[in-house]
Design a protein around this ligand. Structure first.
Ligand SMILES: C[S@@+](CC[C@H](N)C(=O)[O-])C[C@H]1O[C@@H](n2cnc3c(N)ncnc32)[C@H](O)[C@@H]1O
Length: 279
């Protein structure tokens, strides 16, 4: 993180590509973006449902895979007291360092380590609950990460996965053909597995899991977050030749005008999958 990142962090464009390599990105931009995203009420509803459906509470041993800098991890660490324990793992050394700072400041003991979701450094059956939120879409081998999630969950333990479907993106730019072209390009290029949720129930069943349940929310962006996420997508699509330069500029100016007038509306669909590893 460099000093000039800080003033930009609340307004800078968010590029999801950076989540595959946070340590070489402007970390402060992504800390601010994840904090803003974390506050979205409809996403909070899915997080709360994940806690409820996996039975996280006092005494539980919980793993948060791809924990970022610990926003949900630290909340879970408070919930499992007394007697429980929470571990968090993330690819980013910077995020883990920030998570450790936050845990220390909150007086919480959390086991936080850098590492890869596709190769977890925990013994078989170490956790009562294992969760992974907004991470599988970035992985080269999400199937491997799912197998690892199951391996480290004890028989009878619970699993929770929160992930978006990128083809559900929507924004109120008043040109449906342009919206379709720009958002299809975003879905096709922003992350490795944009539509992974569609086969997730099948993958969980193939892994031998039972009690597979699905819930969903259309997560509505705040206007500021919507502007930061959607604002640059027209330019990106124009640079890739998906729309022409004039259309790309029209996209940018339309989103800016909607934002200035407090009329910007954007959303994306998120799913929660929960399941049990059979005893
Ligand atoms: C969108 S963030 C979500 C963070 C956190 N789960 C949350 O809900 O705030 C995606 C996270 O996945 C992490 N990540 C990406 N690839 C990973 C991998 N192979 N193993 C573990 N974490 C990974 C990134 O470093 C980043 O922290």
């Amino acid at each position: 993180m460099t000093s000039h990142d800080a003033p930009r962090s609340a307004t800078a464009a968010i590029s999801l590509h950076d989540f595959t390599d946070i340590d070489h990105s402007a970390e402060s931009t992504y800390v601010a973006a994840l904090e803003a995203f974390d506050r979205l009420p409809l996403l909070r509803e899915l997080k709360a449902l994940a806690i409820e459906r996996t039975g996280i509470g006092p005494g539980r041993r919980v793993l948060d895979v791809g924990c970022g800098f610990g926003l949900e991890t630290l909340r879970l660490a408070a919930l499992v007291q007394p007697g429980g324990a929470v571990s968090g793992i993330d690819l980013s050394q910077d995020f883990i360092a920030e998570a450790r700072r936050r845990a220390a400041a909150a007086g919480l003991e959390v086991d936080l380590v850098p590492g890869d979701a596709q190769q977890l450094p925990y013994p078989d059956g170490a956790f009562d609950v294992a969760r992974v939120e907004r991470v599988l879409i970035y992985l080269e081998d999400p199937g491997r990460a799912l197998s690892e999630l199951v391996r480290v969950t004890r028989p009878g333990g619970r699993i929770a996965i929160i992930a978006p479907d990128f083809d559900t993106n929507t924004v109120n730019v008043d040109d449906p053909a342009l919206v379709r072209a720009v958002l299809a390009h975003e879905a096709d290029t922003a992350v490795v597995n944009p539509r992974l949720v569609r086969d997730l129930r099948g993958h969980l069943l193939d892994l031998g899991l039972v009690d597979v349940e699905v819930a969903s929310r259309m997560v509505v962006f705040t206007p500021d977050l919507g502007a930061r996420y959607f604002g640059h997508l027209g330019e990106t699509a124009a640079a890739a030749g998906v729309v022409d330069a004039a259309a790309g500029q029209r996209w940018t100016s339309t989103i800016e005008a909607l934002h200035r007038a407090d009329r910007l509306f954007g959303a994306i669909g998120y799913y929660l999958f929960t399941a049990t590893r059979p005893a």
